[in-house]
Structures are given as structure tokens and as C-alpha cells.
Ligand binder design. Structure first.
Ligand code: 5GP
Length: 116
């Protein structure tokens, strides 16, 4: 069940401010409030999706691919494509997801020492 009062839903509605990197009718990319790398940007669809699986189940292949194409446009805009980066989605309890609105983390601008 999607919680309409989660932090990212409030950011989408403009109830909480954020530092926007890219926005259109479908998606929003903004800086993480507690960055763990020189570049730490979050990307979210504006539609109500709890986690990665929910995003996949609820959307068409076109919408899903557009989200990831826009993710790469943002990576280019951030100037981190050449030197490398990490794209991470924490999903659900075991994935360590804290905010229950599907999002991806874009991390770069330095060597990102997060290992799996
Ligand atoms: P998760 O653990 O759910 O994958 O990551 C949630 C991320 O959201 C964390 O990196 C956290 O710093 C970020 N975050 C939480 N609240 C806010 C907020 O109000 N504004 C912004 N810009 N980021 C937030």
C-alpha cells in the first residue's frame, strides 16, 4: 500500500523543498539531503510506486525505459559519465529502503567505496 505522506510524495507535491537537478511531468531528480559522495542524486518517478518491484509491475516497458534513459541523461548532465558512477536502488526491508517511494541513487564525483 502506497503511503501518500512519505517524504518523496511531499517533495513531488512541493510541500518539502529540494534541490532539483532535472524535472518533467513524469520524473524528478534531486540532490540527496545527506550525500554520501560528492555527487549524490536521487531519481524518482512521479507516479505512486512503493519500490522497484512496484515500479516494474505498474508500468509499461516504455515508461520503464524512459525512466532509465532519463537517469542516464542526468548522469551526463552531472558530468560523471566518463569517470564512472554507481546507480543503486534499495528495495524493501532486506534492501534497506527507508523512504517507501521507488527511487534510485546516483553516486559519483569520486571513487564510491560501497561494495557488494
Ligand atoms: P533509501 O535508504 O530509502 O534508499 O534512501 C533514502 C534517501 O533519501 C537517503 O539517502 C536520504 O538521505 C534521502 N532523504 C531522506 N529525506 C530526504 C529529504 O527530505 N530530502 C532529500 N533531498 N533527501 C532525503
Amino acid at each position: 500500500m502506497y503511503d501518500e505522506n512519505n517524504i518523496f510524495a511531499k517533495i513531488i507535491r512541493g510541500e518539502i523543498p529540494c534541490e532539483k537537478v532535472y524535472e518533467d511531468d513524469e520524473v524528478l531528480f534531486f540532490k540527496d539531503i545527506n550525500p554520501i559522495a560528492k555527487v549524490h542524486v536521487l531519481g524518482i518517478p512521479k507516479s505512486q510506486c512503493v519500490d522497484f518491484s512496484d515500479f516494474i509491475y505498474k508500468n509499461t516497458p516504455t515508461t520503464i525505459s524512459e525512466f532509465f534513459n532519463k537517469t542516464h541523461l542526468v548522469i551526463e548532465k552531472l558530468g560523471i559519465a566518463k569517470d564512472g558512477y554507481k546507480v543503486i536502488s534499495n528495495s524493501g526491508t532486506n534492501g534497506g529502503q527507508e523512504v517507501p517511494h521507488f527511487h534510485i541513487h546516483i553516486l559519483g564525483g569520486q571513487k564510491v567505496n560501497l561494495s557488494i
